[in-house]
Write a protein that binds this ligand. Structure first.
Ligand code: NAD
Ligand code: AHE
Ligand code: ZN
Ligand code: ZN
Length: 370
């Protein structure tokens, strides 16, 4: 079949909207009509050329929702008409990782996924002249139709709106999951969140859900204050307005350091600040942000010797096929909010404008509707 997609033709170039060929689903695969997709900073990270795993041409996008159109041979857990959210962290339920309760990082298809291919080592997308186009994070949601492995699809209820629940495909789950699954924040804790974008706001929402007493937001953009406050931020710090040392300021503000800190910027110097403003003796700092190729984190080992822990999380520690349908229920039951964070709706033709809005700090989530 043919479908419409935004293709990343080369690193650093705007996406190009074009008709592409899409082969049907093979064994264990599913053809999905994407109804809506969010734009996550990680898509921009790869488009820009910062991603060491970036491959071009590719169809980016990993925050989508849609409907099953066709199933391949052997697919048993899904049927035509099911509503689904593609998962960049699949859940095969049988690999060594899935069987270990300490991780959500299913490795069943990680090597082909990282190479921009489906598990059989081939791609279903091509340009009309036959040039192969790579998949991205196993999802490629910047296309009206995509083919995804069965183990990388969460089946969700049919009354949930695609233009909102697409965000559960990454940002919502990552932010809330970092708090609930990774940090396991206790009632009465203090938290500091660096970066009040599409991920950081969901960390804030997760901290409120977990019953944190103090939720400090840190961002250079004061335009994020109103939304962060609405989602539970109790204190705001703009690092450019702090006189003196930012770590000392945050330690004082949190009464000796925070129980939990989260980096949602991808900036390695911010990651260091986040670690160092965690409480001596027990503070945990969780890295969510994705840093460019070649970037490295550093701190004095003494920071860890004196009881702080440095950890990281992917997809908020969530096991997608199990957890994502539950998070959709939380949204539908009003336990979490999504709508105010979808600040812009775009047509596929205008997707590059969505990245402009991200750079200008004007959007939280821009969503493309097909
Ligand atoms: P975003 O662009 O919406 O938000 C980033 C925020 O960080 C912005 O508000 C920006 O003003 C702020 N910021 C930038 N530099 C800062 C600094 N030095 N100090 C304080 N604030 C600063 O991006 P997003 O979609 O929220 O993604 C955030 C990060 O999380 C990205 O690195 C993304 O790749 C990563 N991410 C990781 C996972 C994961 O599973 N680990 C999932 C999704 C996104
Ligand atoms: N390709 C990058 C790493 C990118 C990365 O860390 N991705 C996160 C999800 S970000 C979603 O917005 C992730 O899931 N990581 C685990 C994994 O297996 O990729 C690089 O640096 O090479
Ligand atoms: Zn993402
Ligand atoms: Zn697995």
């Amino acid at each position: 079949m043919r479908t419409r997609a935004a293709v990343a033709v080369a690193a650093g170039k705007p996406l190009e909207i074009m008709e592409v060929n899409l082969d049907g689903p093979r064994k264990g695969e599913v053809l999905v009509e994407i109804k809506a997709t969010g734009l996550c900073h990680t898509d921009e990270f790869t488009r820009s050329g910062d991603d060491p795993e970036g491959i071009f041409p590719a169809i980016l996008g990993h925050e989508g929702a849609g409907i099953v159109i066709e199933i391949g041979e052997g697919v048993t857990s899904l049927e035509v008409g099911d509503h689904v959210i593609p998962l960049y962290t699949p859940e095969c339920r049988e690999c060594e990782y899935c069987l270990n309760p300490k991780t959500n990082l299913c490795q069943k298809i990680r090597s082909t996924q990282g190479a921009g291919l489906l598990p059989d080592g081939s791609t279903r997308f091509s340009m009309l002249d036959g040039t192969p186009i790579h998949h991205y994070m196993g999802c490629s949601t910047f296309a009206n139709h995509t083919v995804v492995p069965e183990i990388a699809l969460a089946k969700v209820r049919k009354d949930a709106p695609f233009d909102k629940i697409c965000y559960i495909g990454c940002g919502v789950t990552t932010g809330i999951g970092a708090v609930i699954n990774t940090a396991k924040v206790e009632i009465g804790s203090t938290g500091v969140v660096f970066g009040l974008g599409g991920i950081g706001l969901n960390v804030i929402q997760g901290l409120r859900l977990a019953g944190a007493d103090q939720i400090v937001g840190v961002d250079l953009n004061e335009g994020k204050v109103e939304m962060a406050t609405r989602f539970g931020m109790t204190d705001f710090v703009n690092p450019s307005k702090v006189d003196g040392d930012l770590v000392a300021h945050l330690v004082e503000l949190t009464g000796g350091g925070a129980d939990y800190t989260f980096d949602a910027t991808g900036n390695v110097s911010v990651m260091r600040t986040a670690l160092e403003c965690a409480h001596k003796g027990w503070g945990e700092s969780i890295i969510i942000g994705v840093a460019p190729a070649g970037a490295e984190i550093s701190t004095r080992p003494f920071q860890l010797v004196t009881g702080r822990s440095w950890r990281g999380t992917a997809f908020g520690g969530a096991r997608g096929r199990t957890d994502v349908p539950k998070i959709v229920d939380w949204y539908m039951d009003g336990k979490i909010e999504i709508d105010p964070m979808i600040t812009h709706k775009l047509k596929l033709e205008d997707i590059n404008h969505g990245f402009d809005l991200m750079h200008e700090g004007k959007s939280i989530r821009a969503v493309v509707e097909f």
